[in-house]
Design a protein around this ligand. Structure first.
Ligand SMILES: NC(=O)c1ccc[n+]([C@@H]2O[C@H](COP(=O)([O-])OP(=O)(O)OC[C@H]3O[C@@H](n4cnc5c(N)ncnc54)[C@H](OP(=O)(O)O)[C@@H]3O)[C@@H](O)[C@H]2O)c1
Length: 172
């Protein structure tokens, strides 16, 4: 199925993942982010721009169950009656890609969707946070299949007391 999807969509669509991970690949705890770093939020807004964002329902609910402004939001839920509050609601990643309207689409979480999307993803935008907080949600291993092509200077976030940097990883 993924080969089919890859063939069908990668000719037309650029599929990117965006995530913020720490030293343990931790991405979340108790339905929330591990670190709320304003510069990372800004980076997310700038990178995703007005492109389509695709997420599963847990991630959608983690930022209040309302679509992110100025772009197409697609939420994947297996529930028949899921209320997307204006977001497009679909049942699978394949349907989400079919419904997506922008050339570049962003996979924004959570953990299971990252796993599902890695094989068809062209690039990953990683905010690497140099910390190790207790987490219950993790980004999958990806470094064997992707190469680091760009990274920013390290920045320090006073509020969280952590260093972080922005990295771009490309499929090998
Ligand atoms: N650091 C980051 O970059 C980042 C990014 C995103 C999220 N997060 C964090 O990650 C956490 C949320 O992610 P998550 O992994 O827990 O949840 P999630 O993957 O966003 O959502 C889980 C839900 O997706 C739905 N779903 C749809 N299709 C599914 C399928 N094929 N298999 C399984 N479930 C499917 C299920 O609910 P239904 O009943 O609706 O089907 C399931 O409960 C939060 O803590 C959030 O803050 C962090």
């Amino acid at each position: 199925m993924f080969n089919f999807l890859k063939k069908l969509f990668t000719q037309k669509k650029i599929i990117k993942i965006i995530t913020a991970i720490d030293d343990n690949n931790g991405i979340g705890i108790n339905g929330d982010l591990l670190y709320k770093i304003p510069a990372d939020m800004q980076h997310f807004v700038e990178k995703t721009g007005t492109d389509t964002v695709i997420m599963r329902s847990g991630t959608f609910e983690s930022f209040g169950g309302k679509p992110l402004p100025r772009r197409q939001n697609i939420v994947i839920s297996r529930r028949d009656d899921y209320d997307g509050n204006g977001a497009v609601v679909v049942k699978t990643l394949g349907e989400a890609l079919i419904e997506s309207t922008s050339k570049t689409v962003w996979i924004i979480g959570g953990a299971g969707l990252y796993v599902e999307a890695l094989p068809i993803c062209d690039e990953i935008e990683v905010t690497q946070i140099f910390g190790a907080r207790s987490a219950d949600t993790f980004f999958p291993e990806f470094k064997n299949d992707f190469e680091l092509i760009k990274k920013s200077d390290k920045e320090f976030d006073d509020k969280n007391n952590v260093w972080f940097e922005f990295q771009t990883w490309k499929k090998k």
